[in-house]
Design a protein around this ligand. Structure first.
Ligand code: 5GP
Ligand code: ZN
Length: 114
């Protein structure tokens, strides 16, 4: 989508610290990390949130989920645990309308989340 920040990151128009990429998915470090490890995983295809997940085909969907577990391995998050978050809607804190999963690790997490 033309004016979408994460589409621009996905197509290289805007620079980012990319940690994982394949044909369907890209992952990069969050510019304002909320944990020592804070990665954003997105489908390259623009969808606005998890509410449009039906617009991804099965390959796009499985690559997205596999990326999360691969990145957890890549950043050695398994021993201490990690958190995967997708904020959906303004009330939940979604600020970029392109589906993204936050992967947060290397610190202690509270439950329930704030
Ligand atoms: P949300 O608030 O929608 O759940 O998450 C959006 C995330 O994108 C935030 O954690 C924010 O720090 C991150 N972010 C915003 N702009 C940029 C950017 O230009 N580059 C990167 N790498 N992350 C960004
Ligand atoms: Zn987009």
């Amino acid at each position: 989508m033309e004016d979408c920040l994460f589409c621009k990151i996905a197509n290289g128009e805007i620079g980012s610290d990319i940690v994982y990429e394949n044909e369907k998915v890209i992952a990069f470090k969050d510019i304002s990390p909320k944990a020592p490890v804070h990665i954003l995983v997105i489908p390259k295809k623009h969808i606005s949130s998890i509410m449009e997940i039906g617009r991804l085909n099965s390959e796009e969907l499985s690559e997205l989920m596999k990326a999360i577990s691969n990145i957890a391995i890549q950043f050695e998050l398994l021993t201490d645990g990690f958190r995967v978050v997708t904020n959906t809607g303004e009330g939940a804190g979604q600020t970029v309308d392109h589906l993204h999963f936050h992967i947060l690790g290397k610190r202690q997490f509270g439950w329930p989340p704030g």
